[in-house]
Design a protein around this ligand. Sequence first.
Ligand code: ZN
Length: 367
Amino acid sequence: MTINKRKIALLIVLMLLPGVILAKHFTLVVDAGHGGRDKGALGRHSYEKDINLAVALEFGKMVERGFDDVEVVYTRDKDVYLTLQERVNVANSKNGNLFVSIHTNSLPLNAKNRTQIKGSATYTLGLHKTEENLEVAKRENSVISLEKDYTTTYQGFNPNSTESYIMFELCQNMHVEQSVDFASLVQKEFVRTAQRTDKGVRQAGFLVLARTSMPSVLVELDFICNPEEENFLASKSGCKKMAKSLYNAFEVYLGANDAKYSGNSDKEPPLKSAEEKVIEENKEKGMLADGEIIYKIQFLTSKKLLVAGSAEFMGLENVSCYKDKGLYKYTYGEAKSEKEALKILQSIRKKFKQAFIVSFKNGKRIK
Ligand SMILES: [Zn+2]
């Protein structure tokens, strides 16, 4: 081999090397809400599905350009119809590290303020605290009625019945903290980068969030029923600003996430007031204890999200639930010591022979 040929060979190796060494270490799943025959909310001259897709693709493109080691997975990258379950399947089968579902808000035709209302909101999974949040979840979940077998696929979930939403109180998302982290960053950027009105980090029962087994948020970009906001969202610059907001939030999240969840940095995670609020509320409910270890009795694991009072609980009340690796794990009782937990375990074993003690710290299962 001549010197020149060697040089060229070396150059080629060097060029290929980064691709070989840098295995993708983070998978971002971007979900453009609705699509195809499901148009989503309607504006005067645009459809929700198109706004969602434009922002999703722009956001994904920015991440692909900005991070070599992040794989971006789209649930859809064109105007096609997908069921909620199909979106979930894409995210779970790709082992996503973060799921971002992009939607555009709207009020019903008879709402008085529908042409004036504005603002961006980011939702994480939980029980709604206001009627307004419940209505958003109902509207977004109602797309399942376009599916032929939706009662089977979603185990009798009725998107229009308030009772159906009670199960979201029961089930605590294992990733609530990370989801709220990201949601808070998104809201901050919507205000800073896209000059949107801040409607805050909220919680409601979205099926698509309940079924994905990773930190997940659902973004409501702004209101398509307000002509001014519709014009902004449907414009190229509006789309870019919304995508850039998501990108900026993702950049901060990724940095903090690496530090916080791989445990190799003493950098403070970006705790935002809205996040703190939600975590505080969870602590009050006993879902998250501040640094202390909480012992619970795990007695049942199910692929199904069960409603309080389900026959499977054999009469147990005050059951709580956490989601882990795509399964719902049901627990009973709460004790501050192992000794106390053993007592509860003995009583539970009469009904559930396989029951065992699990412990949680700061809302996370520990060994
Ligand atoms: Zn939507």
